[in-house]
Design a protein around this ligand. Structure first.
Ligand SMILES: NC(=O)C1=CN([C@@H]2O[C@H](COP(=O)(O)OP(=O)(O)OC[C@H]3O[C@@H](n4cnc5c(N)ncnc54)[C@H](OP(=O)(O)O)[C@@H]3O)[C@@H](O)[C@H]2O)[C@H](O)CC1
Ligand SMILES: [K+]
Length: 507
């Protein structure tokens, strides 16, 4: 799915009206109908529960009014509260007139804001994508009032006071929603940790925006769901052999961290690599041979950490980093690898830390390398803390462009930046995956997919990130989030990839 800016959303509205020959109030009606259908199904709303709808002066308020009317038709008697303003949008006014006279609809009095029972349901339709500045005055007071009420707040389209695609100044008034119900496409704001307390659980409901306009609209950000990946992972042909899926080399592990090499190896095999060779220090030989008999082990002459770069000729892709350590000799192995590699590279963990502490190595990164830092590793890579989550995304975009690499930023909605500066946000995964070894599993999966010659660098990265998160979701169903360990992820990678695999077309 594309992620549109607030301005692009309004262009999409206009294009839809033109293409489908509908008026703006008809589009608003679709939004209101979709919202009500969700509300009635999801919350199994009780007509006796106090229901308040707070409406602002623009089309977000118009949505709120249309929702109030529709809920009235379903037997719900909402109390509608209007924010005083100097101007109201045409569709606000139209829907104001359409309200049944029996519905209580009052202007908000800043001196006497309505009492909200803790069991009340509040719909926040104060401001949407037309927000042009932080809230102040009565609007800010109303938002603070909602936030301190303890009522369950459902934001219409976006929590009021939150900008859709840029940060707001600290201490701005923003509604704390339990749910945010948006339309057609997600907003960038929903994907950032700094906004989680305002956005709550979010979802998008289709309202039939013009698909051709959206298809042709250039965007900087995408949200990657299963539909987005459909057809990108081809089924295996009957005559494929080990060579088709590549021979990968994984350089990983040091004394006390051979487990990282084991986890990455298992995941790499489960992600379908043809052959896997693991380069470990001597201390890891027996462990790898025993724990992962499907992999071949190459032993480094040193006991505790990797000191030599193997001959790279046999390999279709090389992964380096999990549990590697940051010894000087290991850094030189990384340097040689960056100089010599002519095949795709996946760099993680200590390989990234070595890049961070030796910025001269960054200049050696071969184009299309895939890096998988978490925020702390990313900060070390760029050498500068981010001001906020939006700034971190801009750093990520710039980094991928500067080094012509694919750079992941791990977290909820893991982001992938590509050499052209586009960002892709992953939709799968859960907090149970915040556990030791989860990143090693990701490295193994990505290594396997980069070794698969059928996949482009972009598709390999997107499929790997999605499958890794999906494996976490499948595993958590069995283990619970707290009980999830990284080894479980590896066990479910095969199933996650199977779900994504294109079915062979029937003749
Ligand atoms: N495709 C869709 O997603 C659809 C969305 N719909 C809904 O429409 C809103 C966007 O409506 P819009 O009228 O553009 O914007 P708002 O409702 O957010 O409000 C705009 C008015 O608010 C004023 N404003 C802006 N910021 C502030 C502020 N900080 N304090 C006070 N007033 C503010 C603004 O005035 P200006 O001075 O900036 O001109 C406007 O008067 C979208 O979010 C959806 O809910 C459609 O219903 C269907 C399709
Ligand atoms: K809102």
């Amino acid at each position: 799915m594309k992620i549109l800016t607030a301005a692009q959303t309004s262009q999409a509205d206009q294009a839809t009206m033109q293409a489908q020959g509908i008026r703006s109030d008809e589009l608003m009606e679709r939004a209101a109908a979709a919202f009500c259908e969700w509300l009635l199904a999801r919350l199994a709303a009780d007509p006796a529960r106090p229901l308040h709808i707070f409406c602002g002066p623009g089309n977000n308020g118009g949505d709120g009014l249309a929702i109030a009317r529709r809920l009235y038709q379903e037997g719900f008697r909402a109390r509608v509260w209007l924010l005083p303003a100097s101007k109201y949008s045409a569709d606000f006014q139209l829907n104001r007139q359409r309200l049944p006279p029996e519905l209580v609809c009052q202007a908000l009095n800043p001196k006497r804001l309505p009492t909200l029972a803790p069991n009340a349901l509040v719909l926040d339709a104060l401001f949407g994508t037309g927000l042009s500045r932080p809230l102040s005055g009565t609007a800010a007071d109303v938002v603070q009032h909602l936030n301190s009420s303890g009522a369950c707040v459902v934001a219409v389209d976006i929590p009021s006071g939150l900008f859709a695609n840029s940060p707001q100044p600290p201490d701005s008034a923003v509604t704390r929603a339990r749910y945010t119900v948006s339309f057609e496409l997600p907003k960038l704001a929903f994907l950032l940790p700094q906004n989680a307390g305002w956005v709550g659980e979010w979802l998008v409901l289709p309202i039939g925006l013009d698909p051709t306009f959206i298809h042709n609209l250039p965007v900087d950000n995408f949200f990657v769901d299963a539909d987005f990946l459909a057809g990108r992972l081809p089924a295996r042909s009957k005559f494929s052999h080990k060579g088709t899926f590549g021979h990968a080399l994984l350089l990983a592990g040091s004394r006390g961290k051979i487990g990282a090499a084991v986890l990455a190896s298992k995941a790499c095999l489960r992600a379908g690599v043809g052959l896997l060779t693991v380069g470990v220090p001597a201390v890891g030989y027996g462990i790898v041979q025993t724990a992962v008999p499907e992999a071949m082990a190459l032993t480094d002459p040193a006991t505790d950490f990797v000191t030599e770069l193997p001959d790279l000729k046999p390999y279709a892709a090389v992964g380096i980093g999990p549990g590697l350590g940051q010894e000087d000799a290991t850094r030189e192995v990384l340097r040689q690898l960056l100089r010599k590699a002519t095949v795709p590279l996946v760099l993680d963990a200590d390989a990234l830390n070595l890049l961070g502490t030796n910025p001269d190595l960054l200049g050696l990164l071969p184009p299309d390398s895939l890096l998988t830092p978490h925020p702390k590793e990313f900060e070390r890579l760029v050498g500068q803390p981010a001001r906020d989550d939006y700034h971190r995304l801009e750093q990520l975009r710039a980094f991928a462009q500067q080094y012509r690499c694919y750079c992941v930023l791990k977290g909820a909605y893991t982001a992938l930046a590509t050499p052209d500066g586009t960002l892709y946000f992953n939709s799968t995964g859960n907090p149970g995956m915040a556990t030791g070894g989860s990143g090693d599993v990701l490295t193994g999966v990505l290594l396997a997919l980069r070794a698969d010659k059928r996949l482009s660098p972009l598709d390999a990265a997107l499929l790997g990130l999605y499958a890794h998160g999906r494996a976490g979701d499948l595993a958590a169903r069995e283990t619970g989030q707290a009980g999830l360990v990284a080894g479980d992820l590896a066990d479910f990678i095969g199933r996650a990839l199977q779900e994504l695999t294109a079915s062979t077309p029937l003749l």
